[in-house]
Ligand binder design. Sequence first.
Ligand code: NAP
Length: 101
Amino acid sequence: MIGAMSSGQGSIANNETGLREVYRGGKAALNQFRRSFAVRQPEPARTLLAMAPGWVRTDLGGSDAPLGVEDSIPRLVNVMLAQFGTPGVQFVDYRGRTVPW
Ligand SMILES: NC(=O)c1ccc[n+]([C@@H]2O[C@H](COP(=O)([O-])OP(=O)(O)OC[C@H]3O[C@@H](n4cnc5c(N)ncnc54)[C@H](OP(=O)(O)O)[C@@H]3O)[C@@H](O)[C@H]2O)c1
């Protein structure tokens, strides 16, 4: 299993507001690499996740974010454990919800 820290802002489908274009583009590129890696990897397919941690109070997220690291990270770990052994690539958030690419 490999989990990559993406962002909800990497979702092209959900981009209805714009802003932070370079960040969005970087995370969308990460997701694209993730998918390419997934389709090129030999069998048996591993579990590959692009993960959106929610809006988290860090230097990047700022003090207004609703989640602390202590809220987000254990939930991301739980999502990884729940997906362990599922072959293929998914874009999921810290609640285990699928995020549209
Ligand atoms: N916070 C959010 O709301 C949020 C939401 C979605 C996704 N994410 C993702 O979660 C991840 C962590 O973000 P964060 O909120 O914890 O950000 P952060 O508080 O700004 O921390 C970023 C970390 O990355 C390190 N870093 C930055 N540039 C680096 C480089 N060139 N080489 C090595 N390390 C480097 C920094 O190290 P130093 O401390 O040494 O500078 C710092 O530890 C990022 O991928 C971010 O995109 C965060």
